[in-house]
Design a binder for this molecule. Structure first.
Ligand code: ITT
Length: 191
């Protein structure tokens, strides 16, 4: 089996990515913490490609990276690419979004996830994107998941991501949508 480096430093994301990848013909390996990639891209996909490509090249192994974030309509798409940098903790990031949105009636938001898989020479073998539509609540609900999950409500399931079981979130989330198109292609690539 070939190694696949999971190129993330975010433990919540890592947990979810590993769940999608279990059972495939790849040996999953974690990215060494000393390899840090600057996210200088203008889009989620550009950043996912940057992370996968640079980690793959540095280790001369296959690598998979996810770049994701929350885009709130009434905030002109913020926090967007800056989702991870919007505060010092999940709680601070959530509080900032809630404060900026205030009593605004428009609560529409979406989570976006871009994923890239790079070959050991850094070239890109696969790329994909997934989106999940939702609404921003006025107060956090639920304890599961990570990041902005407690304020992201999915009307079709009448729950926030943080109230969903990990299995349900895995199915309906932006990451779930991205992996749904990626996994069949990744299976074909594996030795
Ligand atoms: P890596 O780059 O090391 O993978 P990161 O946390 O910096 O980790 P991103 O730049 O892609 O990752 O930022 C994504 C941020 O968006 C993440 O820190 C969360 O705050 C948020 N996010 C992404 N997916 C999420 C999800 O499923 N649930 C809640 N928040 C999420």
């Amino acid at each position: 089996m070939r190694n696949l480096i999971v190129a993330t430093s975010n433990p919540g994301k890592l947990q979810e990515m590993q769940e999608y990848l279990i059972g495939l013909n790849w040996t999953l390996k974690l990215k060494p913490p000393e390899i840090e990639i600057e996210e200088t891209g203008q889009t989620f996909l550009e950043n996912a490609i940057l992370k996968a490509s640079q980690v793959a090249k540095a280790l001369e192994e296959w690598a998979i990276a996810d770049d994701s974030g929350l885009a709130v309509e009434a905030l002109n798409g913020a926090p967007g690419l800056y989702s991870a940098r919007y505060g010092n903790s999940d709680r601070a990031r959530i509080e900032r979004v809630l404060k900026e949105l205030g009593d605004n009636q428009n609560r529409q938001a979406k989570f976006i996830c871009a994923i890239a898989v790079a070959r050991p020479d850094g070239s890109i073998a696969l790329e994909t994107e997934g989106i999940c539509q939702g609404e921003i609540l006025k107060t956090p609900q639920g304890k599961q998941g990570f990041g902005y999950d407690p304020i992201f409500y999915v009307p079709s399931h009448q729950q926030t991501f943080a109230q969903m079981t990990p299995e349900l979130k895995r199915d309906v989330s932006h990451r779930g949508q991205a992996f749904a198109t990626l996994l069949p292609k990744l299976k074909k690539l594996s030795p």
